[in-house]
Design a protein around this ligand. Structure first.
Ligand code: MG
Length: 447
């Protein structure tokens, strides 16, 4: 079926032939490559996984291979992506491996690789791991040098402690508001950690799909079409808010008290509005995220810049600008006061604080922000290169950004075309202030 080897990790389908899927042999090969990238000497790596059914199998192979390469293991078990990232730093480890295929279907899994800062590998480091994975000339260590599991302990409570200790998280204000929240954790690790976080903030939680069985109750991507049950439960239960997280809990989508979508793009907008209301500073998102973030940042006396798509690019731009807040329009909130990684727990705590302090309903908060409409489309083309060049040339008189495909900023909206890394398609994103305007804008560029 599929095996995607990229600088950001290894992703594929379980079962089938070696080299075409994420088979046990491939897992051993990639983990060996990562272990060698860590370098000589005694090394320690944090390993955690989401709840998908193949997780236990992949986990056992990853941990066994690391030990066979002389690397000690800290096993945090079922854990969120942001939790593993923070555990790397908390345990003074040299790196981390997160076993999760994020929002991909149940038959997928992946190894996401972290450095000693608990951040995703740079392109150069990722490339080096790829090369080492393909290089068979490796002497595995002798018996005296084998690694071992030095700690087996979950990290959720420490993660929650760190979130609640943030100065901008106001537990008392949230507790006083007496929120009722419906949580859809799509039967993965969010079902374990998110209710704990909410309970510790004095929130009444109604759990939907919170058993960490890995049997996703619906398509696990937190998009509106997959959140119908959540929306209904919010309305029927008279709740203040619905929360949806993806299987590894780095994306957060909100449902308003009336069952309408807060909009995945607006999770980051609302959090940034709160953070920048406390002190003005820089905000960062990627080129395909809503312009509302720029509007909100400027209105708060801050600044805004965009990075190429990809968490590692957003983090690099955030460090360059000293951003106070950043992330991706897909519900990924990065709050560097906690760590440089998308984190639905910190997003939830900051949103609840903001709603409590503003004393607004979720729909009222959403409606207070600039309203934009986005379309996400794709076009099948064998060779996207010439098309992107022609579009760039045609709109050369406009504000054109060529860092990641072609993004054209018009006065009243934008269009972003980028090639897929994995399929012969061009992705087309467009945004404008009305549904008609955005369709017109997209059509103008596509033509
Ligand atoms: Mg994810």
């Amino acid at each position: 079926m599929t095996l995607i080897k990229s600088i950001s990790g290894f992703r594929g389908t379980i079962g089938g032939a070696e080299g075409d899927n994420l088979t046990p042999a491939d897992i051993v090969k990639f983990t060996s490559g990562y272990a060698r990238w860590l370098g000589a000497g005694r090394r320690k790596v944090v390993v955690g996984r989401d709840a998908r059914p193949s997780g236990g199998m992949v986990d056992a192979l990853v941990q066994g291979t690391l030990m066979g390469c002389g690397v000690d293991v800290v096993d945090v078990g079922l854990c969120t992506t942001p939790g593993v990232e923070m555990a790397v730093v908390a345990h003074g480890a040299d790196g981390g491996i997160i076993i999760t295929a994020s929002h991909n279907p149940v038959n997928w899994n992946a190894l996401k690789l972290l450095d000693a800062r608990g951040e995703f590998l740079s392109a150069a480091d990722g490339q080096r791991v790829l090369e080492l994975s393909e290089d068979d000339a490796f002497d595995y260590p002798q018996v005296a040098e084998l690694g071992r599991v030095v700690l087996r302990e979950p990290f959720d409570e420490q993660h929650i402690d760190a979130v609640l200790a943030l100065p901008l998280v106001d537990v008392e204000a949230v507790r006083a508001r007496g929120f009722k929240v419906v949580l859809d954790a799509v039967n993965s690790v969010g079902g374990v950690v998110m209710p704990r976080l909410l309970e510790r903030m004095g929130v009444e939680v109604v759990c939907v799909n919170c058993e960490p069985t890995g049997q996703f109750a619906h398509n696990p991507e937190p998009l509106p079409e997959n959140l119908r049950e959540l929306s209904e439960r919010v309305v029927s239960g008279g709740a203040d808010l619905g929360l949806a997280v993806d299987p590894d809990v780095d994306r957060l989508a909100l449902v308003c008290e009336d069952g309408s979508m807060f909009g995945e793009e607006y999770t980051l907008v609302a959090v940034a509005d709160y953070v920048l209301s406390q002190s003005a500073g820089a905000a960062v998102s990627n080129l395909s995220s809503t312009r509302a973030l720029r509007d909100v940042a400027l209105a708060r006396g801050g600044s805004y810049t965009a990075a190429a798509v990809g968490e590692v690019n957003v983090v690099a731009e955030m460090k360059r600008t000293g951003a106070l807040i950043g992330g991706e329009g897909n519900g990924g909130v990065i709050y560097p006061a906690l760590h440089y990684g998308r984190d639905a727990l910190v997003g939830t705590a900051l949103i609840l604080t903001w709603l409590a302090r503003k004393d607004l309903k979720a729909s009222e908060l959403r409606d207070s922000y600039p309203k934009y409409y986005m379309v996400k489309d794709k076009m099948t083309v064998a060779d996207p290169g010439p098309i992107l060049e022609r579009v760039a040339a045609k709109f050369a008189g406009e504000c054109v950004d060529l860092r990641d495909g072609v993004k054209i900023d018009f006065a009243d909206g934008w269009v972003h075309l980028r090639r897929s890394n994995t399929e012969p398609i061009v992705r087309i994103y467009a945004e404008a202030s009305s549904p008609e305007a955005v369709r017109e804008l997209a059509a103008k560029v596509v033509e």
